[in-house]
Every structure is written in C-alpha cells, then in structure tokens.
Design a protein around this ligand. Structure first.
Ligand code: GDP
Length: 137
C-alpha cells in the first residue's frame, strides 16, 4: 500500500474534468484518501514547486498554477506512485501515451492538467504540504 499526491491543475478544474479524472484513478484501483479544492497563492505554488525555482519555466509554472482553483488529492493503493504517473502520461502532452490523462486533455506543457508525485520521498512531503494527518482517511 502506497500513497501519492495528485493535483488537478487549473485547466482541468476550469474545464469540468474533475469527475472524469477521479474516475480514471478509481477505475485503476486507486482510492481517494483525502481531497480538497483550493486556490493556490504565489507563495504556496512557489514553495510547492520550489525545486524548480531556478528553472526558466518557473515563473510561467507558478502563474499558471494560481490562475484558478486546483483539486489536491492523496491517492492510495498498490504501487500508487507509479500507477498515477502511468495514468497521467508524460509531462509534455505531445509525448504522452495514447489514452493517458495528458494525451486526452492537456493543452500544453504548462497546462498539462495533472500533477503526480515522482517518488516515495516527494509523495510523503507533498501530501504533508497539503493535508494534516487527520485529513487523510
Ligand atoms: P511532472 O512531474 O511531469 O509534472 O514534471 P516536473 O515535476 O518535471 O515539472 C513540473 C511542471 O513544470 C510540469 O508538469 C510542467 O507543467 C512544468 N514544466 C516542466 N518542464 C517544463 C519545460 O521544459 N517547459 C515548461 N514550459 N514547463 C515545464
């Protein structure tokens, strides 16, 4: 049993794709252990993506992530981290596998619809960034 953080980014929320995306997770055997809709600020988005602070795309990434509400979730299940990454598809939607969330919905590398933790350490950190232990059920 493993947990991972998923975010439905502003382009997914604004296009009413929450249900479709969550349904893909559930059909793949992942369980929603925690979930909330929130508006990120420049500070929270910048801190969340702090590892990318020096990258040329950092400013665009933060402005996109605060352009509207997001849905953050802790997903739980066998192999949840890798399973979520597979369901998401590659970062650049042009390279995402057919049938993946990004191949089906993402409009660009910035507006790429979903975020998912990339390993056990980041998953634990990212879940703790958004959820208190008593919010994960
Ligand atoms: P992810 O784990 O697949 O989301 O990818 P990363 O953690 O490497 O990057 C975080 C987010 O930054 C991605 O989802 C993209 O939205 C954005 N990003 C990553 N690389 C690039 C890039 O080369 N150019 C631009 N414009 N955005 C990028």
């Amino acid at each position: 049993m493993e947990r991972t953080l998923s975010i439905i980014k502003p382009d997914g929320v604004s296009r009413n794709l929450i249900g479709d995306i969550v349904s893909r997770f559930e059909k793949a055997g992942l369980r929603v252990a925690a979930m909330k809709k929130i508006q990120l600020t420049e500070k929270t988005a910048g801190d969340f993506y702090g590892v990318h602070r020096e990258r040329p795309f950092f400013k665009d990434l933060v402005s996109f992530m605060i352009s509207g509400p997001v849905v953050v979730m802790a997903l739980e299940g066998d192999n949840a981290i890798a399973k979520n990454r597979e369901l998401m598809g590659a970062t650049n939607p042009k390279e995402a596998a057919p049938g993946s969330i990004r191949a089906d919905f993402a409009e660009s590398i910035d507006a790429n619809t979903v975020h998912g933790s990339d390993g056990p350490d980041t998953a634990a950190e990212e879940i703790a960034f958004f959820f208190r232990p008593d919010e994960i059920l």
